[in-house]
Write a protein that binds this ligand. Sequence first.
Ligand code: G6P
Ligand code: MN
Length: 445
Amino acid sequence: MKLTILGGGGFRVPLVYGALLGDHAEGRVTHVVLHDLDAGRLSAVTRVLAEQAAGVPDAPEVSATTDLDEALTGADFVFSAIRVGGLEGRANDEKVALDQGVLGQETVGAGGIAYGLRTVPVAEDIARRVARVAPDAWVINFTNPAGLVTEAMSRHLGDRVIGICDSPVGLGRRIARVLGANPGEAWIDYVGLNHLGWVRGLRINGRDELPRLLADPDLLGSFEEGKLFGTDWLQSLGAIPNEYLHYYYFNREAVRAYSEAEKTRGAFLRDQQAGFYEEMKRPDAAALTAWDRTRAEREATYMAEARETAGAGERDADDLSGGYEKVALALMRAIARDERTTLILNVRNRGTLSVLDAEAVIEVPCLVDANGAHPVAVDPLPDHASGLVCSVKAVEREVLAAAGSGSRATAVKAFALHPLVDSVNVARRLVDGYTAVHPGLAYLK
Ligand code: G6P
Ligand code: MN
């Protein structure tokens, strides 16, 4: 079984490889091909993987290349985890937005639109190449903004591209834990778009235990989302939102915290990772130790501004290992070995949410088997949530249209229609600002 990782020089690749190392069953991945545009990053990550593999007799073989067709040929699975414009691009997404007083987070608001506008054309190119060179491969998309990018790729690959994110699993795990249940045995009633979903129920042995949580302020205030959103607001909503909804429900505070931060998240990670890749140039560097130290620091500071705004304190130790590699591995096993399971994934809506068309990619529990990921039937969202989902999907559609046509006016429309951008004039200035700093947006005319 061959797995190709696009963005193979990326910082989180060792997480995926670590998960593969724990899989000894028949049908496991035996060959990993790393593809990246940057040979230096590839060799840094290859060194970390070699140290991880030491002493594991059946460790998957690793090779690296900067040639996309070579990487894709013969792939059974393709993971796409690229970052168009790098972390410098992410930092600029934040800065341009903050200069206009709006949020520049990499997946939410103006920052997510800018990141989407430069990522969609690249993702579509990759999808076309996969369709030509590896038509039977399954593509697992990690590339953010994951819902939008998955939808862009699905226009070429249909249901053979599946988007993943670890935040719904993390949320379900936290809720199950505070309820004293085994997360593996809980049915999580979650739906929405990527980074824009709500847990409306959590069934253990068939019984919905979420009302018990919502009725108990102590329990509700004891975990990440309770601290972020506050117990009163969760009780008003009657649901537990994905942590990224903090940027909507507490937008003013989030923008202020981002503006006052010494460094934005993107700028922090840009500098932190530059240090890591620089260190990897030293032949005597302990690659795995350096990587692990950098990873731990990254995880500990995740969403730090949001937590500070809410007075949520430090992250729980149990929340530190995200688990996105576990979702990826479970998905591959389910498809490759027909190990049937349920995972929350980004797939085409079909008829799941009646307020969206069949092609819209949504985030929803799916039954996964050798035939792919099939969304389950879910209850409709309440109007306030449907409204947000429809607005944001409309914005995503404008991003896809702008990427397809190269129309600057359509890009302005995408920004202007976003619920977190408060004026058409702001949208115009955002497009001016973003096109000035991002070479990847030169196609907008
Ligand atoms: C969560 C999100 C991902 C995001 C990751 C890292 O897991 O679901 O989409 O890539 O956090 O965030 P960071 O700010 O550390 O890059
Ligand atoms: Mn995510």
